[in-house]
Ligand binder design. Structure first.
Ligand code: C2E
Ligand code: CA
Ligand code: CA
Ligand code: CA
Length: 275
């Protein structure tokens, strides 16, 4: 029925225009957000599964928009990548995380690892120099910084990616492979990349323990990662059943709402560091 189709089409078009307009507004606002200091970081802790010990944190960016309220990174990281703003934003995140590490250390807290997410577009020849600068400015030893890069990044121009990764590792920082299992890299391919840590993607963790495929995939990743001497972190752990399953499967660390949401730097200090 053509009339129904045209009706749907008109509706679709209207929706699409709204979407495009929305994106344009976000894009314009995003350009101003850095100078208006609308970004801030939250920190989500990671724990040793065997002991429950607090080990490290992952920095996660948030955008406090004056009218929209809190905008999720899911809604602006892609735009920042498409427009190239991610370069500036990424550098801001790096500096903010290192500045926070300095604040914690100045408060008498023993240093611990901080993970920072890095987008594919940030992964250029300029990155190692920027990382070295941020560490130097705040006097942070490289061993306390870990960059989380996505598995999908490995697919694009492997040789160049490996070269940059080696430069980063030569600085003394660590690399983690984020969202592991969602790309197409085999574990043998992994050997070529200087990563120390794998983060099992939360989409697999989600199905544990009821989905036997997710259980099998998570267990297989853990076993093979350990054969390659990699530390394994499960992300998105929401239930005690998932936590226990992962522990029995030999997973080293867990991160997720069961343990803690992403929280402020002050909360990290008071909840886990006795300050
Ligand atoms: P990601 O790096 O995979 O981070 C994990 C996401 O899962 C975070 O969402 C975190 O808040 C959320 N999460 C943590 N525990 C649970 C859980 O138990 N259940 C569920 N359902 N979710 C959980 P967030 O903070 O909204 O970030 C989304 C994505 O945005 C990140 O995924 C990362 O890819 C990107 N992102 C965040 N901050 C930055 C940043 O500073 N730079 C870059 N380049 N990307 C970032
Ligand atoms: Ca991450
Ligand atoms: Ca992830
Ligand atoms: Ca993710």
């Amino acid at each position: 029925d053509a009339s129904v189709f045209s009706g749907d089409y008109a509706y679709y078009n209207q929706e699409m225009n709204a979407h495009v307009a929305d994106r344009l507004y976000l894009e314009t606002d995003l350009r101003k957000a850095l100078e208006l200091q609308q970004f801030f970081l939250l920190y989500q802790p990671k724990f040793a599964i065997a002991t429950g010990e607090f080990l490290s944190v992952e920095a996660l960016v948030r955008w406090q928009h004056p009218e929209r309220g809190m905008v999720s990174p899911a809604d602006f990281i892609q735009i920042a990548e498409d427009t190239g703003l991610i370069i500036e934003l990424g550098n801001w995140v790096l500096h903010s995380a290192c500045r926070q590490a300095r604040i914690w250390q100045d408060a008498g807290i023993a240093p611990f690892l901080i993970g920072v997410n890095v987008s594919a577009r940030e992964f250029s020849d300029a990155l190692p120099g920027k990382v070295a600068t941020a560490l130097k400015v705040y006097g942070i030893a490289p061993q306390w910084l870990q960059l989380e890069i996505t598995e999908s990044m490995l697919m694009q121009g492997a040789e160049e990616v490996i070269r940059i990764m080696n430069q980063l590792v030569a600085l003394g920082i660590g690399l983690a492979l984020d969202d592991f299992g969602t790309g197409y890299s085999s574990l043998s391919y992994l050997k070529r990349f200087p990563v120390a840590t794998l983060k099992i993607d939360q989409s697999f963790v989600h199905g544990i323990p009821s989905d036997s495929n997710d259980c099998a995939i998570a267990s297989a990743i853990i076993v093979m990662a350990h054969q390659l001497n990699l530390e394994v972190v499960a992300e998105g752990v929401e239930t005690i059943e998932q936590f226990e399953f992962l522990g029995e499967a030999g997973c080293n660390q867990a991160q997720g709402y069961l343990l803690s949401q992403p929280v402020s730097a002050e909360k990290i200090a008071s909840l886990y560091l006795g300050k």
